[in-house]
Design a protein around this ligand. Sequence first.
Ligand code: CLF
Ligand code: SF4
Length: 514
Amino acid sequence: MNVISLDSIFGLGEMKSQPAPEASGCTTSSCGSSDGPSDMAPEVWEKVKNHPCYSEEAHHYYARMHVAVAPACNIQCNYCNRKYDCANESRPGVVSEKLTAEQAVRKVLAVAAEIPQLSVVGIAGPGDSLAAGAKQTIQTFEQLSQLAPDIKLCLSTNGLALPGYVDRLKGLNIDHVTITINMVDPEVGQHIYPWIFHDHKRWTGIEASRILHERQMLGLEMLRDAGILAKINSVMIPGINDEHLLDVNREVKARGAFLHNIMPLISDAAHGTHFGLTGQRGPTAKELKALQDKCEGDMKLMRHCRQCRADAVGLLGEDRGDEFTAEKVMQMDVDLDGGGFTKRETYREHVEAERALRHESKAAAIAEVAHMAGEKPILIAVATKGGERINEHFGHAKEFQIYEVNAKGAKFVGHRRVDLYCEGGSGDEDGLGTIIQAINDCVAVFVAKIGGCPSKSLEEAGIDPVDRFAFEYIEESALAYYADYSAQLSSGSIVEKIGADAVIRQGAYTSKRA
Ligand code: CLF
Ligand code: SF4
């Protein structure tokens, strides 16, 4: 795997970096000088630069893990059913085994020793991290802050209990809290939340949503005042809160939220959720992107969320949880003094150096196409294993990252999960149809390698299969392609691809667990 080759960092080979082209200054908003981008205070950049969820750039290099120590929940969402458990499925609330605080700490130390990319440990369920007195959550964080202080601690909550815990979280040095906020109007909320449990009592109907809303806003304001970065997750539910999420965006922005993550509803009758059973659909790729584009103003929008399992381990989009089951961790020789720190530090130094080079080379690539301003943007799908490179074969890709490219640069705008095309060495022609549906809004797909059959089918669907940039950096390659594409359009040798929409896979399989 070439994320920045770990083999090279730890002495088994050469690190594969592109030489830095000559460039003056940095023109991208994700500029990674040690002080961070121009639109972010240095102390904020310090908090987010290695967090794979809070920084899109970081997610190409750094991993997170979730420990499932919070089984209970204090509300019911119509898109959630925690009883449904599938070891191969990736979506929130799904978990293969629940852990005690002691088991969780042991697991984190085992993972941290093995995966130097690990920078964040989060608690995201499978219930609510702060429900039922938050005992296991607080115990886990207390021990981890002592044993592995270089790893950031992160928390996700529905916000109902949050106001009672902000001081405690601050005391534990937690810099990142996510609140899931799907409405700022209880009229809308009553279609999403059938009940909540608050103040020793069960509340239903509009009153339940009113209390939840007030607690969410209070918690968000308290986080801002405590200097904790708040990310807001919102589930886009067409016909229920899709247009309303513009109001949510405005309200959370006004209360100092750092980042807004608008995610598509995952809904399938097989999951047994209210929305699944009533046939509530999720958004299409175009609908999701249009809403995200509308919300993107002076507030940052997260578009790289993978809607992780509550026990996910690894880079976003991969799941190595099956290597670290409670049983396997019990048999491992775990260094309880936070082993692996030196490896993690070495990895971070290499990433820092690589990112600095990248900012220079991206700026140079943008300068090459700047004269094309005014041309329409195009979407490109990319097969990657990380490290911001085109380093995955078409047939091995479990997802494609989507970049929007124009004369201003190449911007990550989403990802599409797909079934593997190549299983056991041969291509699955049925699977190919679903892949084409998933990237049907793209002009091209960039891969490290691709066979003749899938290439032909892609071409017939109007998607250009491109392997000439194999193992190169994504953004620079996308800009070079854009320059060629625009020139061919101008000369009339190709016609513009327009109008297609794409399917966001619901609850796709992302790993094959034992
Ligand atoms: Fe986990 Fe969430 Fe922390 Fe990230 S996930 S608690 S902020 S460490 Fe990230 Fe996963 Fe999306 Fe969450 S990709 S579901 S946003
Ligand atoms: Fe499920 Fe989370 Fe909603 Fe609780 S807050 S019902 S765990 S999605």
